[in-house]
Design a protein around this ligand. Structure first.
Ligand SMILES: C[S@@+](CC[C@H](N)C(=O)[O-])C[C@H]1O[C@@H](n2cnc3c(N)ncnc32)[C@H](O)[C@@H]1O
Length: 360
């Protein structure tokens, strides 16, 4: 019989309870975003510690109802999220708790362009996506249908295409993540866009990546933002950028170089090969495909980076394709070779997306 008084058994019992209750974390994060708590605390840059009652008063003043609500319940959410590093808890003299934003919490504050990571949190917690999660085990028993399609009757992208509000949220969520990532790549001195005149962004969503690349590299004079027709229909107009609707499995517009971010991950190995072959056809001899994708480390550890990448892998399996996946550098290199790209290099600039260059 195990000694239940030992530190080892105590640690095991507390860890499994932490894991079993883990759903409280993302759902509370979603609640904090829905309530616009980060913007309420940020208050145009002050980030002064506020009590739950004060935060609730700010939320109420910017919504139609100016009173009511339960500050104690809000404080329970803030306290738990403080232990995950989203908020910083300040215990003041009287025993009152106040909260400010940590660096993690600040990623949820709406910027001057109306963007933040908040839309990504909201996008991931829409009812249709949540309905897929109890079916993750089905991806093991029968991988022919992804949990999202099992729960909602059709695959995610075609489903979003029929729901304008989901489509718009997806665009905003992608913009919220793409802008800081592109800033990091462009400010790092990355040289992959040198000499490129016509650049195609495959699955470019709202066109933020192209806009930023063209702003930094005036040699890129022609940008083609290629995405599904219903997506480009909602994309804003950007000087020098032409939005082209289509299906990357059928055709990809020609360019001196092709850029893509967060595309290959969503698809099976056969589908990735087919997308990359279409890229290869659209490029001149020596042309480059620059793909920014999550890349898995070889060894599984408990770092935030590894966890974010492994958690994202299960998200892909559940929502997009049971055999779509996060891949290792070696798996990407091999897929590139099969699709006609003999040259490959990987640049680790951002902790989540790795810049992968495939050259013809
Ligand atoms: C994860 S999002 C990435 C968006 C953008 N590249 C970014 O990182 O912000 C994947 C994109 O691929 C697009 N997409 C999905 N299927 C596609 C297809 N068959 N042809 C072209 N684009 C497609 C989606 O509409 C979506 O914009």
């Amino acid at each position: 019989m195990a000694d239940e008084t030992s530190d080892r058994r105590n640690q095991a019992r507390i860890k499994i309870l932490e894991l079993a209750n883990m759903i409280s974390v993302p759902m509370s994060l979603n609640a904090a975003v829905r309530l616009k708590v980060p913007d309420a605390i940020w208050a145009g840059g002050s980030n002064s510690p506020l009590s739950a009652s004060q935060i609730l008063a700010v939320i109420r003043s910017s919504s139609s109802s100016s009173s009511g609500g339960d500050p104690e319940n809000l404080q329970r959410i803030l306290r738990m999220l403080a232990s995950y590093g989203v908020f910083e808890e300040h215990l003041v003299g009287s025993g009152e708790r106040k909260y400010s934003l940590t660096d993690v919490g600040k990623t949820l504050v709406t910027d001057a362009n109306g963007l933040s990571y908040a839309d990504y949190v909201l996008q991931h917690h829409q009812d249709e996506l949540l309905k897929a999660w109890p079916l993750v085990h089905e991806a093991v028993l029968d991988p022919s249908v992804e949990p999202f399609a099992r729960a909602n009757g059709e695959p995610a992208y075609s489903y979003y295409g029929k729901k304008p509000e989901m489509n718009v949220l997806m665009l905003r969520a992608m913009s919220g993540l793409s802008v800081p990532f592109m800033r990091a790549v462009l400010d790092s001195g990355y040289d992959g866009f040198a000499g490129v005149k016509r650049l195609v962004d495959v699955g470019g969503s709202a066109g933020d990546c192209l806009r930023m690349i063209m702003g930094k590299h005036p040699n890129v004079t022609e940008g083609i933002n290629f995405d599904l027709p219903e997506v480009v229909a909602k994309a804003p107009s950007i000087p020098g950028v032409t939005h082209v609707g289509g299906d990357m499995f059928e055709f990809i517009p020609t360019g001196d170089a092709i850029f893509m971010k967060w595309i290959l991950t969503t698809w099976t190995d056969d589908e990735v090969k087919s997308i990359m072959e279409n890229c290869c056809k659209a490029l001149p001899a020596g042309g480059k495909l620059i793909a920014c994708e999550p890349v898995l480390p070889k060894v599984s550890d408990d770092s935030h980076r590894t966890r974010a990448l492994l958690e994202g892998d299960i998200f892909v399996m559940t929502i997009y394709r049971t055999k779509g996946k996060h891949r290792t550098e070696e798996e990407f290199r091999k897929l590139g070779q099969l699709a006609g790209f003999p040259h490959f290099r990987a640049l680790y600039i951002d902790y989540f997306y790795t810049v992968l260059e495939f050259q013809k």
